[in-house]
Design a protein around this ligand. Structure first.
Ligand SMILES: C[S@@+](CC[C@H](N)C(=O)[O-])C[C@H]1O[C@@H](n2cnc3c(N)ncnc32)[C@H](O)[C@@H]1O
Length: 311
């Protein structure tokens, strides 16, 4: 990547690192998050850097090598699932007698909620009816909203450029593209996934994309842990693929909400970890070495556990 691209990536990574540092120092997740949301100059710098990084630098790679793109991957999965019989195949596999509502696609469009959208990358697809939200939008087509704290209710309320509440059981698809690792705590990642489950229609899809330029097996333990946590919420992973720079996953909402006990929720939330959670982020040298240590056996197991398709 050029120097400009590297500088932009550093701005983005430094915001993530600073959030982890603050949490490590204070242990007070709520205050760390509130202070972060109030730091408008920092949010705006992040938004413009991320926008530029994605549209000027990563876009070049997308053009020269489309198979590396998380946007292309998501679109191709949605085409398969909603327009080429994927939904019906998975309904049969799940042995469910659920009737998909007749209005499955309003005017043949898939209703997508893109959380942490930044610059509305899915807005280019006519077949998608996208509601793009972000803590600090880079473009006007994206609405301001803190997904962690947005109330869920019967209707989606939009006021000017802000989303004030979101309707449950409304979306065919929710996208978390490079979102979850922004948060300094596993419990925040868990909260996002629980909310996604409430917002999706039954048989809807949660897409999770998380960056990782290492080989697939090196973080297979982490991806397996996420899969277990999401399964307890009622999501079944129906597709996994490791691209050059990201893990891409599609989870299907297979069941209605399950009632979890408080202690189970705590344990499950802790499963939404990322390797960086375990390091003292004040030692910035660790940042580049942030991988969980694996035994040889775990590495071998990792190879067999990461097929292109799970089913
Ligand atoms: C790394 S960027 C990813 C942008 C885009 N989804 C992509 O794939 O290029 C993460 C985005 O998540 C947004 N974000 C972080 N926390 C959020 C929250 N609680 N609610 C909504 N957006 C959030 C950030 O503002 C940032 O734009």
């Amino acid at each position: 990547m050029s120097n400009d691209g590297k500088n932009l990536a550093d701005i983005v990574k430094n915001v993530h690192r600073r959030l982890r540092q603050e949490l490590h120092k204070t242990g007070d997740l709520e205050s760390v998050w509130i202070n972060h949301c109030r730091n408008v100059p920092c949010l705006k710098k992040y938004a413009s850097s991320m926008h530029k990084l994605a549209t000027e630098h990563w876009e070049q790679l997308r053009v020269s090598n489309p198979a590396t793109s998380r946007i292309n991957w998501t679109w191709s999965f949605l085409q398969y699932y909603f327009f080429s019989g994927g939904l019906q195949q998975h309904r049969q596999k799940s042995n469910s007698d659920t009737e998909w509502p007749k209005l499955i696609l309003n005017e043949s469009k898939v209703a997508v909620l893109d959380v942490g959208s930044c610059y509305n990358p899915f807005g280019e697809y006519e077949e998608l009816d996208v509601l793009s939200i972000d803590l600090c939008p880079a473009l006007e087509s994206v609405y301001q909203c803190d997904f962690l704290n947005i109330p869920l209710g019967k209707t989606t309320v939009i006021d000017g450029q802000s989303v004030l509440s979101l309707a449950t059981n409304q979306f065919h698809c929710i996208v978390f593209s490079f979102l979850l690792e922004y948060f300094p705590s596993p419990s925040q990642r868990w909260t996002c996934c629980e909310k996604a489950h409430l917002l999706l229609l039954r048989e809807g899809i949660l897409i999770i994309i998380t960056p990782d330029s290492k080989a697939a097996h090196s973080n297979s333990k982490v991806m397996r842990s996420w899969r277990e946590a999401l399964s307890a919420i009622g999501f079944k992973r129906i597709k996994y693929e490791k691209l050059q720079h990201a893990h891409c996953m599609a989870f299907r909402k297979n069941s209605v909400e399950s009632v979890l006990k408080a202690e189970d929720r705590e344990l499950l939330a802790s499963k939404m970890y990322i390797p960086q959670d375990f390091y003292n982020p004040s030692d910035s040298e660790n940042e580049e070495k942030d991988e969980i240590k694996f035994t040889e056996a775990e590495l071998a197991e990792g190879f067999t556990n990461l097929p292109l398709f799970d089913e």
